[in-house]
Write a protein that binds this ligand. Structure first.
Ligand code: CTP
Ligand code: CA
Length: 224
């Protein structure tokens, strides 16, 4: 092998990962966001790189360093994230970990919205593009498409519905009714068309390691 060439079960593979929240502007100083820290997505990107993959990480605003050995693209909004994801294709696998804001404001104000003494402003929301569904059902679909499902109830039913609706091969179902978002531990189930696999409670790093190995196994040996 050439000196410096990546080794490991994912050598020769390109894997795309989304991570973090998105910020959807309301006006120049305010935005809509969520509690995602990006820790799980960033850990997955790092684990995939350690297994030899060329990794493109598309990250929303997070307080984390770029993972070593990973090509990181920084975005703010869901629409920017979709654009960066499409620009990074083709990929052998894609892992959608980002907590994309489901809604953005229809028009963000050019100037800071001021209190007027009247009623509070009404925010008119529109739905953001579904990045996983766009890629999972699109013409440049990677061979392996993995999503996450953050649920506070009916975890496995909702995850199975997302698997089908979004064209994913695998959904990592995550119960976020506790302190998962921003916390360290994760209890996940792997939902695929062949069934449900329950994982023990693991750290986000351990979930990342295990998922990266699972992705390597599902992709099999690289042809190129
Ligand atoms: N996802 C995405 N783009 C969106 C919304 C979600 O790529 N606009 C991806 C997430 O990265 C995750 C999966 O879809 O891999 C499921 O996200 P989730 O928020 O659980 O599902 P939603 O389809 O948004 O449904 P809801 O929030 O209403 O449960
Ligand atoms: Ca959502």
């Amino acid at each position: 092998a050439v000196l410096g060439e990546a080794r490991g079960p994912l050598a020769g593979r390109h894997v795309l990962v989304t991570s973090g929240p998105t910020h959807e502007p309301i006006d120049p100083v305010r935005y809509i966001a969520n509690r995602s820290s990006g820790r799980q997505g960033h850990a997955i990107a790092a684990s995939l790189a350690r297994l030899g993959a060329r990794v493109t990480l598309v990250s929303g605003p997070v307080a984390l360093p770029d993972p070593p050995g990973v090509s990181t693209v920084h975005v703010e909004t869901g629409r920017e994230m979709l654009g960066a994801v499409e620009a990074a294709l083709p990929a052998d696998a894609a892992v959608f970990v980002a907590a994309v804001a489901d809604w953005r404001t229809q028009d963000d104000a050019a100037h800071k919205i001021k209190k007027t003494g009247d009623a509070p402003p009404a925010l008119r929301l529109v739905e953001n593009p579904d990045i996983l569904r766009t890629v999972g059902t699109g013409p440049r679909r990677p061979a392996l498409v993995v999503g996450f499902a953050a649920e506070t109830r009916d975890l496995l039913e909702n995850a199975a519905a997302k698997l089908a609706r979004k064209g994913a091969d695998l959904i990592v179902a995550n119960d976020v009714s506790g302190e998962v978002m921003g916390g360290e531990a994760n209890t996940v189930h792997l939902v695929s068309r062949s069934g449900v696999e329950a994982w023990p409670t693991l750290s986000k790093t351990e979930v990342a390691e295990r998922l990266a190995l699972d992705i390597a196994r599902r992709l099999g040996p690289s042809g190129g």
